[in-house]
Design a binder for this molecule. Structure first.
Ligand code: NDP
Length: 451
């Protein structure tokens, strides 16, 4: 890891002490503090009134029991979380994740990242995140519904369109949002469309929300490539994952002339030298909900599957890498392989998918690197557009919404780029994103007094 300014070191030490056993949260705070040395050197007033310490402490953390009955009549118990991290810029805003790896440290890291990401969008939204250690794999539709209803029976009292607005994340798509919103509506006896985003169009969703994170990451990387006079056209691209973010990244990159040659899920990855067939991938993942090995089986010649324990998707030579599955999925060793194979740009679709060692390796090698908190902000930005449509009881066309998304992503790119220049680190998007996001949140907090 890079070093942290000595004035900021005690802040990290205190975060580590008070949040023992939460390595992902420590990692996320470390990365931001690393960037803030240049800020406090220029503007020492940010060290006053424990402002940075307060930004590192969530405003509220809710942990609760989720009892539910499975299809065999057995009672199951999961744990639910909602970390309401920062509301200086607007209501808490961030997705819900259902995955067995979820714990309070993971949700805290995601909520912390979300705070800066949301600030970068320029929209009036604070930062939050939630989820459960529930594993949706293999569960029936009825089980998913009972689980979502039980979760919301507890969580509803902490939400509200002016208070806290959840959305989807890993394991939470349109179906789960429908069940949670339905239960919220029932318990509150109020149709409060703006309390959830990622809703289906039928009851207040926004066009382009499903596509927004993947499309947004593609716009960001395209803008980054343009700064070096190049583009996606004709480039070989590897996208990890095959969920919401990955699929719409593939769609947009292909429309820009990029050639996607590999994607994955947690069981392994597929390589298709003829280019990934997106219709086939969507059928396997979104319709049949099958494993990625099915892709190679159905595609036939030119495509093959490699199991997760037999290799890494980052062994596949490419010009652009777009990690879009989960945190810490791209290690320092993977980065070294990508660099050796000639990668020129990396755009993080997932949250914190690259380890600190990987980020350092990319930066040292001069690889253009777009951090998730900037590059994947298109999802939450479009969620904020969904809230706007709900507030005005309006519904925009796909083209209108996508045009707003494209403008927002260009704005985020330019703000990161210019901030990096202003703070003496040209081309360092990690620093640009951390500093631009931090300054927006910190300025609002300063004006609101000691909160
Ligand atoms: P999905 O659940 O739709 O897809 C996740 C994909 O990643 C699946 O292919 C899944 O494989 C794979 N994956 C998940 N966990 C692991 C793991 N531990 N190891 C290997 N592969 C894994 O989630 P999303 O596409 O919505 O989210 C992907 C990432 O993007 C997350 O980091 C999320 O926080 C981030 N993100 C999402 C946004 C959104 O709008 N959805 C917005 C901003 C960021 P399998 O099915 O086998 O588990």
């Amino acid at each position: 890891m890079n070093s942290i300014d000595e004035k900021l070191q005690p802040i990290l030490a205190e975060v580590v002490r008070r949040n023992a056993g939460e390595p992902e949260f420590h990692q996320a705070v470390h990365e931001v503090l690393e960037s803030l040395g240049r800020v406090v050197a220029k503007h020492p007033h940010y060290l006053d009134h424990a402002l940075i310490e307060r930004i590192c402490e969530p405003e509220r953390q809710i942990i609760f029991r989720i009892p539910w009955v499975d299809d065999k009549g057995q009672v199951q118990i999961n744990r639910g979380f909602r970390v309401q991290f920062n509301s200086a810029l607007g209501p808490y805003k961030g997705g819900m994740r259902f995955h067995p790896s979820v714990n309070v440290g993971i949700i805290k890291f995601l909520g912390f990242e979300q705070t800066f990401k949301n600030a970068l969008t320029g929209m009036p939204i604070g930062g939050g995140k939630g989820g459960s250690d529930f594993d949706p794999k293999g569960r029936s539709d009825a089980e998913i519904m009972r689980f979502c209803q039980s979760l919301m029976t507890e969580l509803h009292r902490h939400l509200g369109e002016q208070t806290d607005v959840p959305a989807g994340d890993i394991g939470v798509g349109g179906r789960e949002i429908g069940y949670m919103f339905g239960q919220y509506k029932r318990l509150n006896n109020r149709f409060e469309a703006g309390v959830f985003t990622g809703k289906a169009l039928a009851y207040g969703g926004s066009r382009a929300r499903t596509e927004a994170t993947g499309y947004g990451n593609t716009y960001f990387v395209q803008a980054m490539l343009e700064t070096k006079g190049t583009s996606f056209d004709g480039k070989k691209v590897v996208v990890s994952g095959s969920g919401n973010v990955a699929i719409y990244t593939i769609e947009k990159v292909q429309s820009y002339g990029g050639k996607i040659i590999a994607c994955s899920d947690s069981s392994g990855y597929v390589v298709d030298e003829n280019e990934i067939d997106l219709d086939l991938l969507k059928d396997i993942k979104n319709v049949r909900r099958e494993r990625i090995s099915e892709y190679a089986r159905r595609r036939g010649q030119g495509a093959h599957f490699i199991a997760a324990d037999k290799g890494s998707i980052w062994d596949v030579p490419c010009d652009v890498a777009m990690p879009s599955a989960t945190q810490n999925e791209l290690s320092g060793k993977d980065a070294a392989t990508l660099i050796r194979n000639g990668v020129i740009a990396v755009g993080e679709g997932a949250n914190m998918p690259s380890t600190p060692e990987a980020i350092k390796a990319f930066q040292d090698a001069g690889v253009m690197f777009a951090p998730g908190k900037a590059a994947n902000a298109g999802g939450v930005a479009t969620s904020a557009l969904e809230m706007q449509q709900n507030a005005s009881r309006d519904s925009w066309t796909f083209d209108q919404t996508e045009a707003r998304l494209a403008t927002i992503m260009r704005g985020i790119h330019d703000s990161c780029y210019q901030t990096a220049e202003e703070y003496g680190a040209p081309g360092n998007y990690v620093l640009g994103a951390n500093v631009a996001g931090f300054v927006r949140v910190a300025e609002a907090m300063r004006m609101l007094g000691v909160i």
